[in-house]
Design a protein around this ligand. Structure first.
Ligand code: MOS
Length: 735
């Protein structure tokens, strides 16, 4: 490692966009204005099924400042955007009279101010021919989709192993609908210039938004530009191209003015996805010594009647989490009259880990083996499906170090045996084997005559720290101080990038930046290849080191020259190179791609009379491969953990079973963890650089959430002797 690598990466730097954000200078889509811009406000369905019988828009059309009221009766036909490889885009809005969920958009009012549009929207009279909505998972009318993600797995013979097991744990776990609720309300600004469209959006995937808009309006992709340099959080809500994005562009085209459409918080509950509920059944078979002989895991979850399925493989953790010879996993979707769900931080794994890690806890008590010891005994030393060694795995270290840091071994093993006054004290833990993915990505890097680098890509930073870690990575690879590196993101005119999702952006974009930097250094070497004035002439990249704004010979670091000297001598303003990267395959490397791993340890205090639960402390030890910036990575884990505390104790999107209306669709009614719910969170990173990508990283974006709920639920069992198998664990369930 060079000096720069040690100082620039690892411990890390403050966020490069921190001051800008705190000062309100970072332009989010809601901050964008255009001359002559007008405002669109949505009208939502008041029924969950049936059809629109008629709309009287006359009062709204006559209201002051109103330019248009768009309904299914006058909306232009638009197409459904192209499939993404992960999911289909949601069906485009206002294309028919059918109602498939409560809150579906039935009209858009465009006016010269948001206030006037909001007022006029109240005067749009919508008449319905209501149907009988399908709202319960066990409603026999619901369509069933088996193996919706093609991820169901079978290994060995579960039925035989369960029949022969010394011990069988058979339990049902449920998790509720939850809503992503990024802080930034999603806003789209759309402006047409002839057939060219510019859209400012809160999206995790500008390229996906561009493709969907081009497909919807039948215009060439090159003519559509999507800008999302800053996004006020996503947690998955920004992965897809939602109907309001299409409606903003539709409205702008119809009134021939730039249009801003900002969702309200209640609209964020029905219009940008949510984490679907699950009903999971787990059967574990084991020997008396705790060795797992069978895992059978089935999950049923709702999806919308009008949409194809999101990737929400709830049971996959049971296929890869532990060394177990007999495994069956099954995911089942049932179609209901509910808003289209979407991935939410740690999709599938968040719910699946709750069931699996609680079931393992039940097994541990049943056979009298310590929960940490049980997991160590069943540790998957190689990938259980592929049989290949992991590209990296420090899960044993996560368990061992976490237990030590937490003081796990002081725990009295008997439930309800530790009291402090009126409080029952409980320790619980969970292991995490997270699924993540790297995707193909491109980046461009330049160095100019002032010795400044500019690195850019169409990727977004949704608050994760992408600007910062890419600045560090480019600085290290190009041998420049971080304050000489600028990173540009969130613009589809820049090199193509995947979604900021699946915890894969640092690996995806990092590998592309790594490649672009290497190509740029090569471009400098090519430039001086025959340059007799250059000490670097004829040198190959392997012989050269980038450091202090210079390219130096490894064999003689005093010998070399600066980027600036080279560019000046060749009378060039800058040099630019394009880089790209795609994930390797396990077969190429002979390695199984490892996700990040973690162990979580929670202490809870439960009021013995009132059932009130307080999380007292939570220790996370995480193997996420190489950590590029300990500060931003820790922030990711802490942010995810706060979400996990919400999942464990508070969060639940409640739908009225009679009408299909979400009854707690505000942040006043939908509870999330706030400061008072969050104790000190301890985060430690362990492990080695991963061998699957040249940067050595895995993902830290989502694993912070996964495993928190089972660790807390297991601690509640230890405190109280009450096994609550249904999230969130609210006090009514403990009374
Ligand atoms: Mo994440 S749910 O992949 O944004």
């Amino acid at each position: 490692m060079t000096t720069i690598e040690r100082t620039v990466l690892g411990a890390g730097i403050d966020r490069v966009d921190g001051a800008q954000k705190v000062a309100g200078r970072a332009p989010y889509s809601a901050d964008v204005t255009y001359p002559g811009m007008v405002h669109a406000v949505l009208v939502r369905s008041a029924v969950a099924a049936g059809a629109i019988a008629g709309i009287d828009a006359s009062a709204a059309e006559g209201a002051p400042g109103v330019l248009a009221v768009i309904t299914p009766y006058n909306a232009p036909r638009v197409a459904r955007g192209p499939d993404s490889g992960f999911w289909r885009q949601p069906p485009p809005p206002l294309q028919g009279l059918d109602i498939v969920h409560h809150g579906q958009y039935v009209a858009v009012v465009v006016a010269d101010s948001r206030e006037r549009a909001t007022d006029a929207a109240r005067h749009v009279a919508v008449f319905y021919r209501p149907g009988e909505p399908i709202l319960a998972l066990d409603d026999p009318r619901a369509e069933t989709v088996r193996d919706p993600f093609g991820s169901d797995q079978t290994r060995g013979d579960c039925a035989a192993a369960l029949a022969a097991a010394d011990v069988v744990i058979d339990a049902q776990y449920t998790t509720p609908d939850e809503t992503n609720n990024p802080m930034g309300l999603f806003t789209t600004v759309a402006a047409w210039d002839g057939e060219r469209l510019t859209v400012h959006d809160a999206t995790q995937w500008p390229a996906g938004t561009r493709a969907a808009l081009a497909g919807a309006f039948g215009v060439p992709e090159e003519g559509v530009r999507v800008l999302a340099p800053y996004v006020g959080g996503g947690f998955g809500a920004g992965l897809r191209v939602w109907p309001h994005v299409i409606l903003a562009a539709m409205a702008a085209r119809m009134v021939d003015r730039p249009v801003k459409l900002g969702l309200t918080r209640p609209q964020m509950f029905t219009g940008v996805g949510h984490r679907p509920a699950t009903v999971q059944r787990i059967r574990l078979g084991a020997r008396r010594d705790g060795m797992l002989t069978a895992i059978e895991h089935e999950s049923v979850q709702p999806s919308a009647v009008n949409d194809d399925n999101i990737v929400e493989a709830v049971t996959q953790v049971s296929a890869v989490g532990y060394a177990c010879p007999n495994v069956t996993t099954r995911d089942i979707v049932r179609r209901l009259n509910v808003p289209v769900p979407t991935s939410m931080r740690g999709p599938g794994d968040a719910q699946g880990h709750f069931a699996l890690e609680c079931a393992l806890d039940e097994l541990a008590y049943e056979i009298g083996v310590d929960p940490v010891e049980l997991r160590l005994r069943n540790h998957a030393d190689v990938h259980p499906g592929l049989g290949l060694p992991w590209s990296s795995k420090a899960l044993r270290e996560c368990y061992e170090l976490g237990a030590e840091q937490f003081g796990w071994w002081d725990r009295h093993p008997t439930p309800r045996a530790t009291r402090r006054g009126d409080l029952l004290v409980g320790y619980g833990m969970a292991g995490v084997s997270f699924f993540w993915f790297q995707q193909p990505c491109a980046a461009r890097a330049s160095v100019d005559r002032e010795g400044r680098a500019f690195v850019r890509s169409a990727a977004t930073d949704i608050g994760t720290g992408t600007y910062t870690v890419m600045t560090q990575l480019a600085a290290e690879r190009l041998g420049l101080p971080v304050d000489r590196v600028r990173v540009g993101l969130g613009d589809t005119d820049l090199p193509r990038a995947p979604m900021q999702g699946g915890s894969g952006m640092t690996a995806s974009l990092g590998s592309a930046v790594h490649d672009a930097a290497a190509k740029l250094i090569q471009a400098f070497l090519d430039l001086v290849a025959g340059d007799i004035a250059s000490p670097l002439r004829g040198r190959r990249a392997e012989e050269v080191l980038a450091e202090d704004g210079r390219l130096r010979l490894r064999s003689d670091p005093a010998c070399g020259e600066s980027y600036r000297e080279i560019l000046e001598r060749h009378d060039l303003a800058e040099l630019t190179a394009d880089g790209s990267a795609a994930p390797a395959t396990p077969q190429e490397l002979g390695l199984a791609p490892a996700g990040p791993f973690a162990a979580r340890f929670a202490e809870v205090h439960v009021d013995a009379d009132l059932g009130r639960v307080r999380l007292a402390r939570l220790v996370s030890v995480v193997d996420a491969g190489r950590i590029l910036n300990a500060k931003t990575a820790r922030s990711q884990i802490i942010g995810g953990t706060v979400g996990g505390i919400g999942m464990a104790l508070l969060e639940e999107t409640v739908t009225d079973p009679a009408t299909g209306r979400i009854v707690n669709g505000t942040l006043g009614d939908y509870l999330v963890a706030v400061n008072a719910d969050v104790p000190d969170l301890d985060v430690t990173f362990v492990g080695e650089p991963d061998r699957f990508n040249p940067v050595g990283v895995k993902g830290v974006g989502e694993i912070g959430l996964v495993g928190v709920a089972p660790a807390i639920a297991n601690a509640i069992f230890h405190a109280t002797g009450r096994r609550i198998r249904s999230l969130p664990v609210t006090l009514d369930k403990l009374l």
